[in-house]
Design a protein around this ligand. Structure first.
Ligand SMILES: [Mg+2]
Length: 240
């Protein structure tokens, strides 16, 4: 078995906070519409809209904002005045401008990883939004390469590894999403370490996570990744 030569790391909810800011924005939208619908109904409607719009709007705060405005229209409140739309836009604007909060231990873990392996950021979402987060995170100096993609599919990873001339079996992906960071990488023959975050967007969940997969591991925190990787280098593969 060949040792891991290249490490991919996810951005949102792996290196910096993300989903809880979206949760907070959705909660603010609920407060704004408190007289018109219940939080449960609103959450369901918003989720539906976001799912429907994903292909056209892509991931991120701008897509969320447009879907939120559309959800307000879906509520059929009679005449929707401009100030209500402006309030929804303000929620989205705050989401987009929110200071970037690097997760505890993320920088140290990245620094340790970068000492032994080239580290690639593989993040999906709006280009401007992701570039802003990366810039403000101060983590760029630890990264050998940055890949901002619209979707993390097997094709995306295959293309990336082709560009970086790295066989899938020598690639390890680290991230919080089963759907984006774990499943597609296992599928193409790579390694994956799942680092769960305390909240996950519904769309990023999978029905049956491949927890027993031989090339998959789970780490409680990013700090656990460097020792796991060291183990990998000395044994060719991480031990179960
Ligand atoms: Mg993520």
């Amino acid at each position: 078995m060949r040792p891991v030569r290249l490490v991919g790391v996810d951005g949102d909810d792996t290196l910096w906070r993300c989903q809880d800011l979206f949760d907070e924005a959705a909660r603010e939208l609920g407060e704004l519409l408190a007289g018109s619908t219940t939080p449960c109904v609103l959450a369901e409607m918003l989720h539906e809209r976001e799912a429907q719009n994903l292909e056209l709007f892509g991931y991120g705060a701008k897509g969320f904002t447009l879907s939120a405005i559309e959800t307000v229209l879906d509520l059929d409140l009679g005449s929707v005045d401009g100030s209500l739309v402006r309030s929804v836009l303000d929620i989205g604007r705050r989401l987009m401008a929110h200071p970037v909060e690097v997760l505890p231990g993320a920088e140290e873990a990245l620094e340790a990883l970068a000492r032994t392996h080239p580290v690639v950021l593989v993040t999906k979402g709006d280009l401007v939004d992701q570039e802003r987060k990366l810039e403000r995170s101060g983590l760029r100096r630890h990264l050998a390469h940055v890949e901002i993609v619209s979707e993390k599919s097997t094709a995306t990873y295959e293309e990336l590894l082709r560009t970086l001339a790295c066989p899938a079996e020598e690639f390890l992906m680290v991230g919080n999403s089963e759907r984006s960071d774990v499943e597609p990488v296992l599928e193409i023959g790579g390694w994956a370490i799942h680092v769960p975050y305390h909240t996950t967007w519904r769309r990023e969940l999978v029905d049956r996570p491949s927890v027993a997969h031989p090339r998959r591991r789970t780490a409680a925190a990013l700090a656990d990744i460097p020792p796991l990787l060291a183990d990998l280098s000395s044994h060719g593969a991480p031990r179960p």
